[in-house]
Design a protein around this ligand. Structure first.
Ligand code: CDP
Length: 232
């Protein structure tokens, strides 16, 4: 069967990563979390003192360091989930914390950072058979993707989901802090100059405020089969 590219974009904590990972597993495709790549670059900047306590960033130094930043994904044998590595070190847990979340959107707004990560992402999709989630996958990374989904849910629902996720990992973030971070990232992601978050004209909107997990997966699988069958 001919393989396609599936682009899943949407707002922070809209559930797109879980959705994309499960869809990929169901159809035997590879899954790439593009947000994890921006998070890994942010962690590098934090560790190398390129972002100070007030959040001021030395973008010039970060851009000069880009050739030294190697990001790859390794599959965990026990869980089967992919884990993000920064220069060979597993940073999967660290990049999900509030410190990285609070600084990632300004880092992702730097054009040179985007250019570098977009070309890596395009490389992953060269042979198709891939599900990638992010903010600009259907608009910039793969504008010709055969299947594009744009996911949305209200900021409050998304904040509850993210809080639960953080609590399950033993983190003590509070609801107001998480909600404020989501609103702030929405704003930066939507208004930045370089490939802002927006729904591609040919993307299908999936508003999942009131959808169960199963309804969502059924919808995605039906859409996938429809597109793939239509290609014969
Ligand atoms: O998991 P969550 O939806 O909160 O965010 P993420 O997908 O891990 O992405 C983290 C941040 O990276 C976003 O808030 C964006 O600022 C940025 N990002 C981006 O600019 N472009 C992408 N393709 C993916 C993420």
């Amino acid at each position: 069967m001919q393989k396609i590219i599936i682009a899943i974009d949407g707002f922070s904590s809209s559930g797109k990563s879980t959705m994309a990972r499960e869809l990929a597993r169901n159809i035997g495709y590879a899954y790439i979390d593009s947000g994890a790549m921006y998070r890994a670059v942010t962690l590098y900047a934090l560790r190398h003192g390129m972002i100070d306590a007030d959040g001021r960033m030395d973008a010039e130094r970060l851009v000069a360091s880009l050739p030294d930043i190697r990001i790859d994904f390794r599959v965990d044998d026990t869980t089967g989930k992919s884990r993000t590595c920064l220069n060979g070190e597993d940073v999967e847990d660290e990049i999900r914390g509030m410190e990285v979340s609070s600084h990632v959107s300004p880092v992702a707004a730097i054009p040179e950072v985007r250019h570098r990560l977009v070309s890596l992402q395009q490389e992953y999709g060269r042979d198709k058979g891939i599900v990638m989630d992010g903010r600009d996958i259907g608009t910039t990374v793969f504008p010709n993707a055969e299947m594009k989904i744009f996911v949305n849910a209200s900021p409050e629902v998304r904040a509850h989901r993210r809080l639960l996720e953080l609590q399950q990992k033993g983190s003590s973030a509070d609801y107001e802090e998480v909600l404020a971070n989501i609103r702030e990232r929405d704003h930066i992601d939507r208004t930045r100059k370089e490939s802002p978050l927006r729904q591609a004209d040919d993307a299908i909107l999936l508003d999942n405020d009131n959808m169960t997990h199963q309804e969502q997966m059924d919808f995605l699988l039906k859409t996938f089969r429809h597109i793939v069958d239509g290609k014969h």
